[in-house]
Write a new protein. Structure first.
Length: 201
């Protein structure tokens, strides 16, 4: 009986963060599927297949449904992440516009001759980092979400391997991002030294 109560309590806690959990497992699935597809097919995979596009829309639509039906006023890990009404609304808006931007992403990957599966993984990872950032109520979780988002943007900027301008922009972005991360961490240390906490709640 105690085990059932604990399991119910855990499921209730994580019910508010189901879009993030679902996107995490979807990204893992796409990474494995992309590796298996590349091993079976010797082509470079620049052409976007209907299955890839269908999977993309299904993943984002399911994430949107999970965000709409997610529980509110839930916090986990001592207010490291918080899901309230405003956060749920922002998540719904972000996922909705990410569905709209999926077709331009496909066109860009075909135009620049980049594998759509790789672009999709980075795209979903960027969306996941935004959702985590919305739920963050601690400076440490905010830093983690920002770094995960910056990693995706580094890849997007440097995605055109044939362009020297793209490589140059990616290097400059990486250097500026590293400097910004150091400044942010110094601010976190100062806040912890003054207030003995990094929580924003």
């Amino acid at each position: 009986m105690v085990g059932k109560i604990n399991m119910t309590y855990i499921m209730h806690l994580f019910s508010g963060f189901m879009p993030e959990i679902f996107l995490s497992f979807s990204i893992l699935y796409l990474m494995v599927a992309s590796a298996l597809y590349a091993a079976k097919n010797k082509d470079r995979g620049y052409t976007v297949t209907n299955i890839q596009l269908f999977q993309s829309y299904i993943i984002l639509l399911l994430a949107l449904l999970l965000a709409i039906n997610s529980e509110c006023n839930i916090q986990i890990l001592d207010y490291l992440f918080v899901n309230d009404i405003s956060g749920r609304l922002l998540k719904i808006i972000i996922i909705f516009f990410s569905i709209i931007l999926l077709n331009p992403l496909r066109e860009a990957s075909e135009f620049q001759k980049i594998k759509f599966a790789d672009m999709l993984i980075m795209y979903l990872l960027a969306i996941l980092s935004i959702l985590v950032l919305i739920s963050s109520a601690n400076l440490l979780s905010i830093y983690m979400a920002l770094e995960m988002q910056a990693l995706c943007f580094y890849v997007f900027v440097a995605s055109n391997k044939e362009s020297t301008a793209s490589q140059d922009a990616a290097l400059k972005y990486f250097i500026l991002g590293s400097f910004a991360s150091v400044v942010f961490l110094i601010g976190c240390c100062l806040m912890y030294s003054f207030f003995d906490t990094t929580s924003l709640v």
